[in-house]
Structures are given as structure tokens and as C-alpha cells.
Design a protein around this ligand. Structure first.
Ligand code: 8YV
Length: 328
């Protein structure tokens, strides 16, 4: 029997990274990539010293009930709304995430979704594939909304929000933002962004992008009432988390053309998508891929592994969330 520390890899990772991990740990991996049920997860965590998990694994008191040896749950994700942090802390387990390494890829994708939504890219492709393109036309080919020199409203101005703002400057956009707390003046200046209330942002932005973390307070930050404040020509993009937008209210608003279009990378109850959204042509849908480049996904795994190794070696993980658990 190996006396290496035991580690769970809760979802499939790149095979070469798994081989590397197996050099130092006794690894129990889920390369089949089936999402564990809560009962399976509790069982898997019972016997290990550390775990690499993703947003699909809910880590709460029940999941940790039998996790006697567990030192760390290392999320392969910057968002950690899958963690019940107080419960993890109470269990004396460290929790970590993967900030920074995905900022640029995620900001790029936010911009891709802004552009695809405003310029009707996916709808146009479907329109061609459906055999509708019989002639070029000034007036009947899909007409979109401009991004350049328009006003971009960013809700949630952390690292990724600021990355999007900096990209928007290249498009000559006016950037307004709303955040729990206002940025220091130097940071506002660096991304050319002006702080406004959420209401003013919704009323004046031509394009609204959501980049805030999911918390109970942020549940349905955008619902029917907020959409009603937006311009009928505006677009709404969500790369944050499902549950920040009331998807049923959004589908209804898009159906009634209360706003021009939406772009969604995340959904309430994903991987399920609200059936009404699937019927609409004025919404661009993506399967939670904002961080999905191989380079970035590898960097996320590498950082999660660094956190895991540190915790198992008795060192402070570089992106530890619940610092009070670390006993240096
Ligand atoms: C992850 C994400 O791929 O980091 C995040 O917060 O949303 C994505 O980059 C996803 O959470 C899976 O863990």
C-alpha cells in the first residue's frame, strides 16, 4: 500500500497533468467525468487528504461529514459559490480558488459574447444554414447594434470586469460600471471607467455585461424590473453565474423585444437551459466556456494543484480563501 497522500480529482483533467500528480500522490481520479451525486461525493471525500474540485461539486457540511483527513478543497475555478465557506471552515478544511490565471481569457470571451450578441453572429450563421441567403441586401440582411463608441455598462468590477473595460477602450466605448464598492481612483483611471448607480447604468448603457460573483444578495440582480429600465436597443451579456439573471424574466423580455438581444454563457440550473430561451433567435447561447482555452484551463489546474500541494505540505496555499484555517 502506498504511503503517499491521497488525493481526489473530482472531474476529468488533461491526462499528462494526472500522470504528474500521480508522481507525488495516491490519486483517485474521475476521468469518466460523470458528476458525482452528493452521496458519492461524501464517500469520495471520506478517505482523502486533498481534493481538486470544480463548480459542479457542492462542498458543504454534508459533503464533508466523513472527511476526517481532508486538508483542502482546491477549486479549479475562480468563482466559488459551490463552496459553503463557513461550513468548510468549521470542518477545519482549507478552501482555495484560481484567480488571475483566467482573467484575460474570460475577459476576451466576454468581449466575444458582446460582439456576437450585438452583431447577431450566431443568428446570422443559422440564417445561412437554413437557406435564407438568396441575395445581399442593405435592409433585410441581419442588422445589428454598434459596439464601437457606444456606452458599455459593467456590473461587477473585479479583475475580469476591469479586463473587459480595458478592451472596451480600444473600441472607443464609454465605460460605466457598478460594483459593491467603488474602485480606487487609479484603477478607475486605468480602465477609463466611471462609477454609477445600478439604476443609472441600466438606463444609460447600450450594452450591459454582468461579471459579479454569485452570492445570496446577488440572486436575480437582473429581473423583469431591471430589464424594464434598459433601452429597447440594449443588449445584456451574462458571463458571471446562473442565478444572477432571472432567466424566465429575460426570456419573456426577449420574446417581447423589450431589449435587443442577450448573450449568455451561464444559466440558472445549468446544464439545463430555460426552454423559452432555446426558442428565441435574439439570444446567443454558450456552454459556460469563458475560461475555456486549453492554455488557461491548464493554468487553472496548475494553480489548483499548487494550492493542494501547499496545504498537504503544511504550507499556506497561494490562493487560500479561508485564511483563518491555516495554522502555519
Ligand atoms: C470554470 C468559472 O470553468 O472560474 C470560474 O468561476 O466559471 C469557470 O472558469 C467553472 O467554474 C468550472 O469550475
Amino acid at each position: 500500500m502506498s504511503n503517499k497522500p491521497k488525493v481526489l480529482v473530482a472531474r476529468a483533467i488533461f491526462p499528462d497533468l494526472l500522470v504528474k500528480l500521480e508522481g507525488s500522490f495516491d490519486v483517485r481520479s474521475n476521468q469518466a467525468d460523470q458528476v458525482f451525486t452528493p452521496e458519492e461525493l461524501q464517500k469520495e471525500l471520506a478517505n482523502v487528504d486533498g481534493a481538486l474540485v470544480t463548480g459542479s461539486e457542492r462542498i458543504d457540511a454534508a459533503a464533508l461529514a466523513n472527511a476526517k483527513n481532508l486538508k483542502i478543497v482546491a477549486n479549479i475555478s475562480v468563482g466559488y459559490n459551490n463552496f459553503d465557506v463557513p461550513a468548510i471552515t468549521t470542518a477545519g478544511v482549507m478552501a482555495s480558488n484560481t484567480p488571475d490565471v483566467l482573467t484575460d481569457s474570460t475577459a476576451d470571451f466576454g468581449f466575444a459574447l458582446l460582439m456576437a450578441t450585438a452583431r447577431r453572429v450566431t443568428e446570422s450563421e443559422r440564417w445561412i444554414r437554413d437557406g435564407n441567403w438568396d441575395k445581399w441586401s442593405i435592409v433585410t440582411n441581419p442588422l445589428g447594434m454598434d459596439l464601437h463608441h457606444s456606452t458599455l455598462g459593467i456590473i461587477g468590477m473585479g479583475r475580469i470586469g476591469q479586463g473587459i473595460a480595458k478592451r472596451a477602450l480600444g473600441f472607443g466605448m464609454k465605460v460605466i460600471y457598478h460594483n459593491r464598492s467603488r474602485l480606487p481612483e487609479a484603477d478607475e483611471k486605468a480602465c477609463g471607467a466611471t462609477y454609477v448607480s445600478k439604476e443609472e447604468l441600466l438606463r444609460t448603457a447600450d450594452h450591459v455585461i454582468l461579471v459579479l460573483p454569485y452570492t445570496a444578495e446577488n440572486h436575480h440582480t437582473i429581473g423583469a424590473k431591471e430589464i424594464a429600465l434598459m433601452k429597447p436597443t440594449a443588449t445584456l451579456v451574462n458571463i458571471a453565474r446562473g442565478g444572477i439573471v432571472d432567466d424566465a424574466a429575460l426570456a419573456q423580455a426577449l420574446k417581447e423585444k423589450k431589449i435587443f438581444a442577450a448573450g449568455l454563457d451561464v444559466f440558472e440550473g445549468e446544464p439545463k437551459v430555460h426552454p423559452e430561451l432555446l426558442k428565441l433567435s435574439n439570444v446567443v447561447l454558450a456552454p459556460h466556456i469563458a475560461s475555456a482555452t486549453e492554455k488557461t484551463r491548464r493554468a487553472m489546474i496548475d494553480l489548483a494543484v499548487e494550492n493542494l500541494r501547499a496545504a498537504i505540505d503544511g504550507k499556506q496555499p497561494p490562493s487560500l480563501i479561508n485564511k483563518e484555517v491555516f495554522k502555519g
